[in-house]
Design a protein around this ligand. Structure first.
Ligand code: AMP
Length: 300
């Protein structure tokens, strides 16, 4: 595995790989890697022959008072994990390399970015979209892989790439979970032992929402209520939001049909945790049972 810190050297390594006819796959991350990230790299390796991972804790997506300075980092462990899972090039720029001068260009998708996490983190997705655009321009991969765990981020990146004609296909990869259902996240290290025991209730709440849909619930507000009251029963959790939205535009779903997302954000101790289920719901015609499918890896 090669490691680059500059944009120029990254481009040189990529030019060699492309010159040798390699298909480039890209996985952007903020480091402190876990099995969720590893899965993205493994999936990338299955569909591409040269996998690039970036590690950059992007300051512009953190608001003042958020956890930029305390965001967990472990460069050595990250390197070892990436070697094991078959990453060929690790791009690890510092802030000066990515932002030699403060950026005067910003990418905004206001309709998507103001929903869900955007309500409590109003500048977050502008930072995400802009840095992902920069990284995609630096790496110019054929495929780029993002976790479905960050459902709003995935929807925003997909839409940016479509609207601005980036020559890349964005692939969503299903969420990797701990055995008890908690979605793997770099931020799980913020949880103390007791909070860690409460955290799987986030996924349990989502499963209750899904079960209600499977049992025939047709009212998105009822589904939302079911999820909400499960979370409310956990005194340690402070709910930021519970939403049932359409995946296409992240607007509240008017009905339980088609591609929808059940999405949660909560505060638990020092951590703000998010999770979601992305479902495809096919309502019954002529007496057939309703079908509720988990959306999977969306590679063509
Ligand atoms: P991060 O380092 O948190 O910015 O995440 C980098 C990428 O890994 C993003 O596309 C995330 O959605 C993805 N990711 C993070 N956690 C998971 C997980 N548990 N399962 C699958 N993908 C994940």
């Amino acid at each position: 595995m090669r490691i680059t810190c500059t944009i120029q050297e990254t481009r040189e390594r990529l030019a060699e790989a492309k010159g040798a006819g390699k298909k480039i796959g890209f996985v952007p991350t903020m480091g402190y890697l876990h099995e969720g990230h590893a899965r993205l790299v493994e999936v990338a390796g299955k569909h591409c022959d040269f996998v690039v991972v970036s590690i950059f804790v992007n300051p512009t997506q953190f608001a003042p008072g958020e956890d930029l300075s305390t965001y967990p980092r472990d460069a050595e462990r990250d390197e070892a994990l990436l070697k094991k899972v078959g990453c060929q090039l690790l791009f690890r720029p510092n802030e000066k390399e990515m932002y030699p001068t403060p950026s005067l260009t910003r990418i905004e998708l206001p309709e998507l970015a103001s929903q869900l996490c955007g309500k409590s983190r109003p500048t977050h997705f502008q930072g995400v979209a802009t840095v992902v655009a920069k990284l995609l321009h630096i790496v110019q991969p054929e495929l780029a892989f993002f976790g479905m765990k960050d459902g709003q981020q995935l929807a925003i990146v997909k839409r940016m790439v479509e609207d601005l004609n980036f020559p890349v296909q964005i692939i969503g990869v299903p969420t990797v979970r701990e055995e008890d259902g908690l979605a793997k996240s770099s931020r799980n290290v913020y949880l103390n032992e007791h909070q860690r025991q409460t955290a799987p209730q986030i996924y349990q709440a989502l499963l209750k929402g899904k079960a209600a849909i499977e049992a025939g619930e047709t009212d998105p507000n009822r589904v939302r209520q079911i999820i909400y009251s499960h979370l409310q029963d956990q005194p340690e959790l402070r709910i930021d939001y519970v939403e049932v939205v359409r995946l296409s535009d992240l607007q509240p779903a008017a009905q339980i049909e088609g591609d929808i997302m059940l999405a949660i954000a909560v505060y638990l101790g020092k951590a703000r945790l998010i999770d979601n289920l992305q479902l495809h719901v096919k309502n019954s015609t002529s007496g057939q049972r309703r079908q509720v499918l988990d959306k999977g890896l969306d590679i063509l």
